[in-house]
Design a protein around this ligand. Structure first.
Ligand SMILES: Cc1cc2nc3c(=O)[nH]c(=O)nc-3n(C[C@H](O)[C@H](O)[C@H](O)COP(=O)(O)O)c2cc1C
Ligand code: SF4
Length: 774
């Protein structure tokens, strides 16, 4: 056999052999090769599918690309619905995410839709904020909101909501506008009824909050811009602060400007101002009418209209920034009355200066401002209010003057008053004297009831002042000289007695006696120790042998400590604990309870030098229930010589009814008796040495006395007035003598506990004047 066909060359020979071999191999195994290859490829595909997390094959990436949604827990970097932040803002925000949260309000020009779908029906929610120290503004605000709600008819408006600034959380309403819980699309419209007070009040913390929010670097300067708009109405008193320069409605003005800043100038209607005793009602009605018009326009157009920034209207106000504020620093400017930055209050040390500046002759009506002295607020931050030219407290023809004269007061000088008490008239006619006759031997027909200060620092719910009198914590008025007051009150008292001459039943002998005043009750209304010359005034009374019963409201410890001898010194104890005292006396001093406590301390020290008395006025539902122990604590603290307990007399004024006082709050005599018996038992349980000495059922009054005034088993509550004046003459107004030194004879039997206390010389009559047989 020959190998020639294979051996042409080594290479070509192999080359011709290999394909044949491969072809033969292919033909022989092609099925298994194809199947193996397919299996291999399939395995690779499956492997890739599971190991590469479903990564699409690169060539098909476009077709597989899914919609890239962020995980639900992650915030979108940029929300197309957010119109308050640009993307760069959000980037910045992200970068500074380690810092404090920044609250943005966006003062950019937007319409009320505020970025939400304009088709969504939005509603307007008026929120009416108020503050009130002496209770008038609360009622005014409620009436206003009611009337506004009635005027704003239609689906666009929600019922106005009233909010007390003393109760709302500022962070909730004044950092960003609050959202409704149900997320309903609502535009907020803020309204404010704000009285001004030149003393510490809730207004201060509120205004400070606005100021701080504005200056807080974490918060946008106009965080309230998303709201629809705002407007402010200020309440003030033109009698004390006649002009804006002198402080009229100064806090409303301040609020208006802070709100302008915080809302990005969304003042929907100009600042209104009014004095409720004068033109306040009309001013408020005008302001309301203006607001209603604006709100009507907003309803129709969705815009605040021309002149208001944020309205989108062509003409917008832009002068707000001119009125920049200072930093709240206290500046004394020596009394430039027109200076906006002057402090209105000076230090107690300056008392001498105000005394010198007080009128010497009573003729010159208006002095240059002796700047008001804060007699009472020790260590307090001085308020930055405009200095006022010193005014008269109750100028002739003023609403207060007219109201008081209508009530039967004679106004003497500019701040004193005198009035004939109903017991004086009753005694003149022989129909009974007041409890002071039964307890202390005072002839009611020879008693003059007066006050050298019609102003007071409380607003007691039972006060007879009909809510009209000036109130204040510092004496900021012209000071009348004591001689002018003494002559004036005496003259006016006699004038009123003379007018009783022709009244049927007046007894001639009592009428003659009445023309000789023997007693002076400094308890009419107001706060007598508020008067800076009270000691001189007392000396004038005593020099004429007129005894002095002085009642103070336990709010002026300094003046109480400086008080010289009086025949009997009273402190009103209107409640046994802080909360109850706050409700019933409505004090203007924030530290009223501390002041009250200090007065009790002073009384305790004085108990061996003055005849000290606690006067409790019981008001059912306010200060009787469960308070016996509390009153006993106070008695233990002050250890007064006497405790007079009296049921409140209903005076039926607007003030009392505003405070929720009705006839139902007047306790029955039996209820007063029960209270006194319980108090007596508690005092004895503590071994304090008191007993029930006397009663005057006719005026619902009972007297507890210290055992110091029980001699040989008999109470001696009557005063020896002659002895008092004798001691005073001998030892002087600061002289060292004791209440026991002028203790009088035994309390008459008919006045002691259990005997009713009606003077047997007199005839009891019923309301119609008919005799009552006892
Ligand atoms: C303590 C005190 C201070 C006041 N200070 C000011 C004042 O600085 N400017 C002003 O215009 N009115 C002043 N007023 C008047 C009150 O703003 C005004 O009487 C208001 O109607 C009181 O409202 P209210 O009863 O709700 O507290 C003051 C009143 C009080 C009681
Ligand atoms: S202390 Fe006297 S005057 Fe002052 S509010 Fe009370 S009751 Fe009226």
């Amino acid at each position: 056999m020959s190998f020639q066909g294979w051996d042409s060359s080594p290479s070509t020979g192999l080359g011709s052999v290999l394909p044949d071999y491969a072809v033969e191999l292919w033909h022989k195994h092609r099925i298994s090769i194809i199947l193996s290859t397919l299996f291999l490829l399939g395995s690779i595909r499956i492997y890739l599918y599971f190991t590469e997390q479903r990564q699409p094959p690169i060539a098909l990436s476009k077709l597989y690309a899914p919609e890239t949604k962020p995980p639900l827990s992650e915030k979108p970097k940029h929300s197309p619905t957010s119109n308050t932040e640009s993307s760069s803002d959000s980037d910045n925000k992200k970068k500074s995410s380690n810092g404090p949260r920044r609250i943005k309000g966006d003062a950019s020009k937007k319409t009320r839709a505020n970025g939400t779908n304009a088709a969504t029906p939005r509603r307007i929610q008026p929120l009416v904020f108020f503050s009130s120290l002496t209770a008038n503004t609360e009622k005014i605000t409620n009436d206003f909101a009611k009337s506004l709600g009635e005027t704003l008819k239609g689906d666009a408006f929600l019922t106005p909501k009233v909010l007390d600034l003393a109760e709302v959380d500022y962070d909730e309403y004044f950092i960003t506008p609050p959202k409704r819980e149900d997320d309903a699309p609502v535009d907020l419209f803020y309204l404010f009824l704000l009285p001004s007070y030149n003393i510490d009040s809730i207004n201060d913390s509120f205004l400070e909050h606005l100021q701080e929010t504005h200056h807080d670097f974490r918060i946008d300067t106009s965080p309230l811009a998303p709201m629809l708009g705002y407007s402010v109405f200020g309440l003030g008193d033109r009698e004390g602060w006649p002009t804006e320069e002198e402080g009229f409605c100064f806090q409303a003005k301040e609020l208006d400007k802070w709100m302008a800043k915080l809302t990005g100038r969304k003042r929907a209607y100009p600042l209104g101002m009014g004095d409720w005793k004068r033109e306040g009602k009309e001013r408020l009605a005008e302001w309301q009418a203006g607001l209603v018009e604006v709100l009507g326009m907003v309803e129709k157009t969705g815009s605040l209209g021309e002149g208001v920034v944020g309205s989108g209207a062509p003409v917008e106000s832009d002068d707000e920034e001119e009125a920049e504020y200072d930093d709240g620093e206290v500046v004394f400017d020596g009394g430039n009355p027109n200076s906006k930055t002057s402090g209105s209050l000076e230090d107690v040390e300056d008392l001498g200066r105000i005394m010198q500046l007080s009128r010497a002759d009573g003729g010159e009506k208006q002095g240059r401002a002796p700047i008001a002295v804060d007699f009472t607020t020790e260590g307090k931050r001085v308020k930055r209010t405009p200095a006022a030219v010193v005014k008269e407290m109750v100028p002739k023809g003023s609403p207060t003057y007219n109201s008081l004269t209508k009530q039967g007061y004679s106004i003497v000088g500019s701040h004193s008053g005198v009035k004939i008490c109903r017991w004086t008239k009753s005694a003149l006619r022989g129909r009974g004297s007041c409890y002071k006759y039964s307890f202390y031997g005072i002839n009611s027909h020879q008693c003059m009831e007066t006050t050298p200060s019609l102003s007071c620092s409380n607003k007691c719910v039972f006060c007879w002042r009909h809510g009209t009198n000036p109130v204040g914590t510092n004496w900021r008025w012209v000071v009348d000289p004591p001689q002018l007051i003494f002559d004036g009150v005496r003259e006016n008292h006699y004038k009123k007695i003379k007018m009783m001459r022709g009244v049927p039943g007046v007894r001639a002998e009592r009428f003659a006696e009445a023309m000789h005043i023997r007693h002076c009750a400094l308890s009419l209304v107001g706060e007598p120790i508020f008067y800076p010359h009270i000691n001189e005034f007392l000396s004038m009374l005593h020099a004429e042998r007129i005894s002095s019963f002085l009642v103070c409201n336990a709010q002026h410890p300094e003046q109480l400590a400086a008080l010289q001898h009086v025949t009997q010194l009273y402190v009103s104890i209107d409640a046994s604990n802080r909360e109850s005292l706050r409700k019933i006396d409505r004090p203007l001093h924030r530290d009223f309870w501390e002041r009250f406590q200090r007065c009790l301390g002073i009384l305790r020290e004085r108990r061996f030098r003055q005849r000290t008395v606690f006067r409790l006025t019981l008001v059912k539902g306010f200060n009787i229930e469960d308070e016996v122990t509390g009153y006993a604590d106070l008695a233990e603290k002050g250890l007064p010589c006497f405790i007079e307990i009296k049921g409140v007399t209903y005076c039926g004024t607007a003030t009392s009814s505003n405070a929720g006082l009705t006839m139902a709050n007047v306790p029955f005599y039996q209820e007063v008796c029960d209270f006194v018996t319980a108090l007596d038992a508690e005092l004895n349980r503590r071994g304090l040495g008191y007993g029930i000495a006397a009663e005057h059922a006719h005026s619902c009054c009972i007297l507890l006395a210290s055992e110091r005034f029980r001699v040989d088993g008999k109470w001696h509550t009557i005063i020896n007035y002659d002895k008092f004046f004798q001691l005073l003459e001998e030892k002087g107004p600061d002289g060292d003598f004791m209440p026991e030194d002028y203790m009088g004879p035994a309390t008459p039997e008919w006045a002691t506990w259990g005997n009713g206390g009606f003077d047997p010389r007199d005839q009891r009559v019923d309301r119609k004047g008919k005799p009552i047989e006892i």
